[in-house]
Design a binder for this molecule. Structure first.
Ligand code: EPU
Length: 301
């Protein structure tokens, strides 16, 4: 979708930088995604005005965070993509509390807190993506989920058109799911973390990193796990048992290292990846009678 010059000029007055016709394949860890205009915001405070402007002009939009858990369709996309201010996302610690901007890198946040002797989130160290994306999905690994530490979230609520602050107790954090509305935009979070000496945190981080390196295809283009684990089961194990490691549709392939990671081995299209997802889901359903649910977010056109 293209922003016309008149709207571009009004957005500029709000401090928004317009980058025309950006291939989103360059903005996602899967290396997949069509093209559209990209809008870079400078201040959280301008979000309501920017949203009103886009609504007045009937311009559909989506916010893209780290791009590590999303599968975007091919071709010219029927929406523009917005990015939060990312030049220097804020992070600060006060006692047991950490205040972090949603655009900050998740691993960077874990390390920042660790250096100030705040732990608890060691398991999240190798999870790629932004703090905002991790909040929305309640990212988790090795027994840690970010939601356990959330005390406050500042967000833009599309439903009210306002910036709001929610208390942690008023947000539901489930397995890879939260009670945020799909069009809520995460802006900042306050976390409460247990005190732990840096060297103890580092020791746990090392173990998690080793486990991850041994079992996941970290040097290939992927979006992490494609499916959620069904209750009491493991999507990766089932797909592996079906002998589907290495199974391909075009350049989209079931990783031969971890069967719940689907990788883009060269120039996979969104359509290839989707077909692979559907084929694998169908094979699991036919054999195990279980309908796997996507963990990766799919941005349809
Ligand atoms: N397994 C296989 N073959 C495979 C992959 C796994 O047999 O190809 C077996 C493993 O041997 C193990 C079991 O399946 O017995 C579970 O595997 P693993 O420990 O790798 O964990 P997972 O359940 O597949 C989950 C999260 C990961 C997270 C790891 C570590 C989901 C969907 N996945 O994977 O998160 O990193 O635990 O905590 O919950 C993600 O969210 O994108 C993600 C990768």
């Amino acid at each position: 979708m293209r922003i016309n010059d008149k709207l571009g000029a009004r957005l500029k007055e709000l401090g928004v930088e317009l980058r025309p016709t950006v291939p989103l394949s360059e903005k996602t860890s899967l290396g997949i995604g069509g093209t559209t205009d990209q809008l870079l915001l400078r201040e959280f405070e301008t979000i309501p005005d920017v949203m009103h402007l886009l609504a007045d002009e009937n311009i559909p939009h989506r916010f893209l965070g780290g791009g590590t858990n999303v599968l975007i369709a091919d071709g010219e996309l029927p929406y523009v993509v917005l990015h939060l201010p990312t030049s220097q996302p804020g992070m600060r610690v006060e006692g047991n509390a950490a205040y972090v901007d949603a655009a900050a890198d998740l691993g960077g946040m874990v390390t920042f807190c660790a250096k100030r002797d705040l732990g608890g989130m060691e398991g999240l160290i190798g999870v790629p993506g932004s703090v905002g994306g991790a909040l929305r999905m309640n990212a988790g690994a090795y027994g840690t989920q970010i939601g356990s530490y959330v005390r406050e979230v500042e967000l833009y609520r599309a439903a009210t058109g306002k910036l709001e602050t929610l208390r942690g107790d008023d947000i539901r954090f489930d397995y890879r799911h939260t009670s945020f509305a799909p069009d809520d935009v995460m802006l900042r979070v306050k976390l409460e973390l247990p005190q732990k000496p840096f060297k103890d945190i580092l020791a746990i981080i090392k173990v998690c990193n080793e486990k991850r390196r041994a079992s996941q295809p970290l040097n290939q283009k992927s979006a992490g796990c494609i499916f959620k684990n069904p209750p009491g089961g493991s999507a990766g194990r089932m797909i592996d048992e079906l002998g589907l490691k290495g199974h391909r549709v075009g350049d989209a392939m079931v990783s031969d290292r971890h069967a719940n990671f689907f990788v883009n081995v060269a120039n996979a299209s969104g359509a290839d990846m989707l077909r692979l997802i559907d084929e694998v889901r169908e094979r699991v359903r036919a054999t195990y009678g279980i309908e796997l649910e996507n963990e990766v977010i799919f941005w349809k056109n």
